[in-house]
Write a protein that binds this ligand. Structure first.
Ligand code: TGC
Ligand code: FAD
Length: 389
């Protein structure tokens, strides 16, 4: 018996309502038509048409889709998760584009910005006309953003910002940057047009993972911004960490998408690839790999949907999100590695998606809180002891 879809075994799709299925199906079609035929070339050349894609993703309502008003679609969290899943089945870089735009940059403005800032930026970010980036990480402060050195000093009604941010997705193509900086009163967020004098961005080259995504260093040199650029609702490190919780939620589903694609591709390959006078799918070791992969995949999907339901009930905690990312990204990597091994030499090329997903997932394991950081969040929840320091 061959199953056409890895989720058929547990009939997981019965968990979804009509609207969620519709959003998933529109996103899946977009990925099939627009991303799958081009992604290998974008990945190899490390050039992705971010502006074009942003407009297309905006036109199908995927940018900031879980936010209400200001041109955003206002869907439930689970639908947003499912869209992330389909996007990441295409490539983690595409999901990153949508995560950074909607969950980090737009969410920061939506949750913490003034009404004026929201009206100025959110509608054009929802259509993809304007691209946002989110600058939290610094070269020496990745897992520990509380140690950031980028600083903002008050000067009359303005702020002068100095410092650097590192590893910033779309930093070199963004129209607007959300910048987190230390002030005399604590950590604050600023919404800064990238045309502001003193702002510059340098593309980070030679990445071997997430090549279909731009990553940049941001440099701020005596960058003067008015007090209206400050996000008034953001009054401590809690604000950027709340944004991260939004984006991590999308990754919980996204990782399932990358893993699903690996399983589908390797399953199709194994049923047609012959060795020792028959398909390699008949070998017990290969079947055990598929059993592990499918079980991990379905478990991850159930976890994602469970966390989606809690988020839709507005009861989600950071610890629950950490457990979702901790499990689902790690499982996706295991699935990708098994898929790669099943495909032998063919598995290492860009002709198939599995190696690309596998190396992308190495980044996904690191960004939005490393696997170790999430294990410590869960450990703290269980023991009551913080082991970060
Ligand atoms: P700590 O003292 O624990 O917390 C400070 C305040 O924040 C609150 N909080 C959270 N709120 C929401 N969500 C969370 N996950 C939260 N974690 C903590 C906390 O309650 C407290 O609030 P308050 O009101 O009491 O002040 O902070 P800490 O300095 O000890 O750090 C804790 C730690 C290590 C968990 C945190 O620093 C952390 O998560 N580090 C990882 C950094 C990280 O994930 N960076 C990601 C950068 S963005 C990115 O990678 C984008 S990738 C592109 C893409 O998504 O595709
Ligand atoms: P480090 O923090 O130096 O960690 C190195 C190792 O030490 C890891 O294994 C880590 O788990 C471990 N470690 C650290 N502290 C502890 C501890 N207390 N206990 C146990 N182990 C620990 N950031 C942004 O702000 N915006 C973006 O748009 C963005 N996009 C990114 C895109 C890409 C492609 C990449 C690769 C990164 C991006 N990041 C972004 C940065 C990302 O969030 C950081 O890389 C991540 O938070 C880890 O920081 P680090 O790389 O400095 O690693």
């Amino acid at each position: 018996m061959a199953t056409s879809h890895p989720f058929t075994l547990l009939d997981i799709e019965r968990e979804l309502n009509e609207e969620q299925r519709a959003i998933q199906s529109v996103t899946r079609k977009y990925v099939l038509d627009r991303v799958k035929p081009n992604i290998a070339q974008w990945y190899e050349s490390a050039e992705i048409p971010v502006r074009e894609l942003a407009r297309e993703l905006g036109s199908i309502g995927l940018l900031g889709m879980h936010l209400q008003g200001y041109g955003c679609a206002g869907t439930d969290a689970t639908s947003y998760g499912l869209a992330n899943m389909e996007l990441e089945a295409g490539d983690s870089g595409l999901r990153s584009l949508v995560s950074v735009q909607g969950s980090l940059a737009m969410f920061a403005i939506y949750e913490y910005g003034s009404e004026e800032t929201k009206k100025e930026w959110l509608p054009k970010m929802a259509t993809g006309e304007a691209i946002g980036c989110f600058g939290l990480t610094e070269a020496d402060h990745g897992s520990n953003p509380a140690g950031m050195l980028t600083n903002a000093k008050k000067d009359g009604n303005d702020w002068i910002i100095n410092g650097n941010k590192m590893w910033i997705t779309n930093g070199n193509v963004a129209d607007v940057a959300i910048i987190w900086a230390r002030t005399d009163e604590g950590i604050r967020g600023f919404c800064v047009p990238t045309t502001t004098p003193g702002f510059s961005a340098n593309l980070i080259k030679h990445k071997l993972s997430l090549r279909a995504s731009m990553t940049a260093e941001l440099v701020f040199t005596n960058m003067r911004v008015p007090d209206s650029a400050r996000l008034p609702g953001a009054t401590s490190l809690r604000a950027p960490l709340m944004c991260l919780a939004e984006a991590r939620f999308g990754i919980i589903f996204g990782a399932v998408g990358a893993a699903r694609d690996c399983l589908e591709v390797s399953l199709a390959y194994a049923t047609t690839r012959e060795q020792f006078d028959g398909p390699i799918s008949r070998h017990q070791i290969t079947q055990e790999k598929f059993a592990n992969m499918a079980t991990r995949l379905n478990t991850s999907m159930l976890l994602a949907l469970h966390i989606g339901k809690i988020k839709d009930d507005n009861k989600i905690t950071p610890q629950q999100i950490s457990m979702g990312k901790f499990n689902n990204v790690h499982s996706a990597l295991e699935i990708a590695r098994d898929a790669r091994s099943i495909m032998g030499a063919a598995g290492i090329t860009t002709e198939y998606s599995v190696f690309r997903h596998m190396v992308n997932l190495e980044t996904v394991l690191t960004y939005e809180g490393t696997h170790e950081i999430h294990s410590l969040v869960i450990g703290e929840a269980l023991t009551g002891i913080s082991a970060f320091r």
